[in-house]
Design a protein around this ligand. Structure first.
Ligand code: F6P
Length: 533
C-alpha cells in the first residue's frame, strides 16, 4: 500500500494548502455564487449543509474529491454494508447499517442472512415496549412502571441518552434515567427519587463484563431485592447484551434479554436493542422513524456522487482542516436545547473510532488522525468559551447545527436563537477590520479587531423529528467511517481502552486492604494517601 503522505493526491493537497492557507474568506466570497456552489440541499433528508465558510477554493475541493476516489471510499462502504469483516483486528463485520435496513434486503455474514434475527429482536422490542407503555407489564406489586433506568456506559449509555434527550418533546412514556458512572453517587442520587415498585432497570452492556455497569446493576438489584424480595428481579430487570450466559448468571431471565451481536460496535449500537430506552420513552413507531432516517442517509452515502455526498464532504473538510491546515480540535455547537448531548455522543463516536495511530499495515502513521471533538450548545458557549473561538491563537473549525422549525414555538425565542447562529458563523468567517471599528481610541483597536477566516459548517435540519435525528447521526457515523478509511485505520476496535482497565483491576485489591503491588513512586504515594484515611 502506498503511504498516504506519499500519494500524489496528498502531495497536491499539501501544495494547495500552501497557496490557500492565507486566503481570505472576504476575498473568496467576492464570488457571489460561492454559497450556492458549496451548499448541499437534500429535500428527502430534510437537511441543508452549507460548507462555504471553509478556507477552500474550487481546486481544493477537486483535490479532496480525488483523494476520496483514490482511497476508494465507496468500495469500502459497500464492503461494510455487505458484511465483509472490515474490523480486521477483531475479525468482525461492521453492520450497524443492517439494524436500520428498512428495505429488509438480505445481509449475509458467513453465508447467513442476519435480517431475520434483527427483525425478531425488533418485534420483541415492540412487544415489550407496547406492554410497558400501556401498563400491561407491571412491577411485582402490580404497579404500572413509571420510571425506567438504563444502566450502561460508553456506547451503552451515550447514544440512547443523547437520543432520549433530543426527542424529549415526543416523550409520552415512562421517565427515562441514565446511570453510567461507577461513582456510587450516580446510582444513589437516581434511586433515592424512585419508587421501587414502579421502576424498571435496563442493564445495557454488549459484553456484560464492564465493571462500572455490573457494579451499578448489582447495587440496583440489592435495592430491588431488599425492597421487594428476590422474586421481583424478573419483573424489574431486563438486559440488552450479546452475552447470554453472563446475563443468566446475573439472574435476569433470558426471556427478558434483548439480544444484539458482535457485528454491532458499542458506539454504533443505539439502533439495536440498546435503543430500548428510546422506544420506552417515545414509543416503538417513533423508534422505527429514527431507523428510517438513518437508512435514508445510508442510501445517500452509498449512492450519491462524492461531490454531493454529505458525509463524504464533511469527512474531506475535516481532513483538510486537520491534516493540511493544522487544526487540532473540531467543535460541535448545536443551536438546539434538545441536542445538548450531541457533542458528548460524538466524542465517543469519533475519538474512540479514529483516535488511533497504527494503520492497516501495522505501521505507525506519520500524519494526524481524529481531532479532539468538543462542544456545548450554542448560545451558552457564546457567553463562555467563544472568546477563544473568535480571537484565540488557535483555529477551531466548528459545526453549527440548528433547526428551521423548532418542535414548539415559544414567543420569538427561536428567531433570537437562530439570529445568534447566523451572526456567529458570519463573525467567525469575516471578522472585523481595524477600519470598521467605530468609537474607539487608537490603543484599543488591536484588541477589538477580529481576524475572521475561522472555518465553520452550517447544518440546518428542517425540523427535529426521530427521522431527521436518524439522518443527522448516520451522517456523522459515515463521516467518521470515511475519515478512518482515508487514514487507513480500523475505526471499529478500541484497544486503547484496555490498559487502564487492566491496571484498575490490579489496583482495586490494594485499596481494600490487601497487599500493596509494585508501582512507580507517584502512584504508590497516591494509593498510600488514599489508604491512610
Ligand atoms: O471501554 C470502552 C467500551 O468497550 C466502549 O467501546 C463501549 O461502548 C463501552 O466500553 C461499554 O461496553 P459494554 O457495552 O460492553 O458494557
Amino acid at each position: 500500500m502506498t503511504k498516504l503522505t506519499e500519494m500524489v493526491q496528498w502531495q497536491d493537497l499539501n501544495n494547495n494548502a500552501n497557496e490557500v492557507k492565507n486566503a481570505s474568506l472576504r476575498e473568496l466570497f467576492k464570488d457571489k455564487r460561492r454559497a450556492e456552489k458549496l451548499t448541499i440541499k437534500n429535500e428527502k433528508l430534510k437537511l441543508y449543509f452549507d460548507y462555504s465558510k471553509n478556507i477552500i477554493t474550487d481546486e481544493t475541493m477537486q483535490l479532496l474529491i480525488k483523494l476520496a476516489r483514490s482511497c476508494d471510499i465507496n468500495g469500502y462502504a459497500k464492503k461494510m454494508f455487505m458484511g465483509e469483516k472490515i474490523n480486521w483486528t477483531e475479525n468482525r463485520p461492521v453492520l450497524h447499517t443492517a439494524l436500520r435496513n428498512r428495505s429488509n434486503s438480505p445481509v449475509y455474514v458467513d453465508g447467513n442472512d442476519v435480517m431475520p434475527e434483527i427483525n425478531n429482536v425488533l418485534s420483541k422490542m415492540k412487544d415489550f415496549t407496547d406492554k410497558l407503555r400501556s401498563g400491561e407489564w407491571t412491577g411485582v406489586t402490580g404497579e404500572k412502571i413509571t420510571d425506567v433506568v438504563n444502566i450502561g456506559i460508553g456506547g451503552s449509555d451515550l447514544g440512547p441518552k443523547m437520543v432520549c434527550e433530543a426527542l424529549k418533546f415526543y416523550a409520552d412514556g415512562p421517565s427515562v434515567h441514565f446511570v453510567s458512572n461507577v461513582d456510587g453517587a450516580d446510582i444513589d442520587e437516581t434511586m433515592k427519587r424512585l419508587n421501587p415498585g414502579a421502576t424498571l432497570f435496563i442493564v445495557a452492556s454488549k459484553t456484560f463484563t464492564t465493571q462500572e455497569t455490573l457494579t451499578n446493576a448489582n447495587t440496583a438489584k440489592d435495592w430491588i431485592v431488599d425492597k421487594l424480595g428476590i422474586e421481583s428481579v424478573k419483573k424489574h430487570f431486563i438486559a440488552l447484551s450479546t452475552n447470554k450466559s453472563a446475563v443468566e448468571e446475573f439472574g435476569i431471565d433470558s426471556e427478558n434479554m434483548f439480544e444484539f451481536w458482535d457485528f454491532v460496535g458499542g458506539r454504533y449500537s443505539l439502533w439495536s436493542a440498546i435503543g430500548i430506552s428510546i422506544s420506552c420513552s417515545i414509543g416503538f413507531d417513533k423508534f422505527e422513524e429514527l431507523l428510517s432516517g438513518a437508512h435514508e442517509m445510508d442510501k445517500h452515502f452509498l449512492n450519491e456522487p462524492y461531490e454531493t455526498n454529505i458525509p463524504v464532504i464533511m469527512a474531506l473538510l475535516g481532513i483538510w482542516n486537520n491534516n493540511f491546515l493544522g487544526c487540532e480540535t473540531h467543535a460541535i455547537f448545536p443551536y438546539s436545547y434538545y441536542l445538548s448531548k450531541l457533542p458528548a455522543y460524538l466524542q465517543q463516536a469519533d475519538m474512540e473510532s479514529n483516535g488511533k495511530s497504527v494503520n492497516r499495515d501495522g505501521e505507525m502513521v506519520d500524519y494526524q488522525t481524529a481531532p479532539i471533538i468538543w462542544g456545548e450548545p450554542g448560545t451558552n458557549g457564546q457567553h463562555s468559551f467563544y472568546q477563544l473561538v473568535h480571537q484565540g491563537a488557535k483555529i477551531i473549525p466548528a459545526d453549527f447545527i440548528g433547526l428551521v422549525n423548532p418542535p414548539k414555538k415559544v414567543g420569538n425565542h427561536h428567531e433570537k436563537l437562530m439570529a445568534n447562529f447566523f451572526a456567529q458563523t458570519e463573525a467567525l468567517a469575516f471578522g472585523l477590520n481595524k477600519d470598521e471599528i467605530v468609537d474607539t481610541g487608537e490603543k484599543l483597536i488591536p484588541y477589538k479587531t477580529f481576524s475572521g477566516n475561522r472555518p465553520t459548517n452550517s447544518i440546518l435540519l428542517d425540523e427535529l423529528t426521530p427521522y431527521t435525528l436518524g439522518v443527522l447521526i448516520a451522517a456523522y457515523e459515515h463521516k467518521i467511517f470515511t475519515q478512518g478509511i482515508i487514514w487507513g485505520l480500523d475505526s471499529f476496535d478500541q484497544w486503547g481502552v484496555q490498559l487502564g482497565k487492566t491496571l484498575a483491576s490490579k489496583i482495586l485489591p490494594e485499596l481494600t486492604g490487601e497487599e500493596m503491588g509494585e508501582h512507580d513512586c507517584s502512584t504508590s504515594a497516591l494509593i498510600n494517601r488514599f489508604n491512610a484515611s
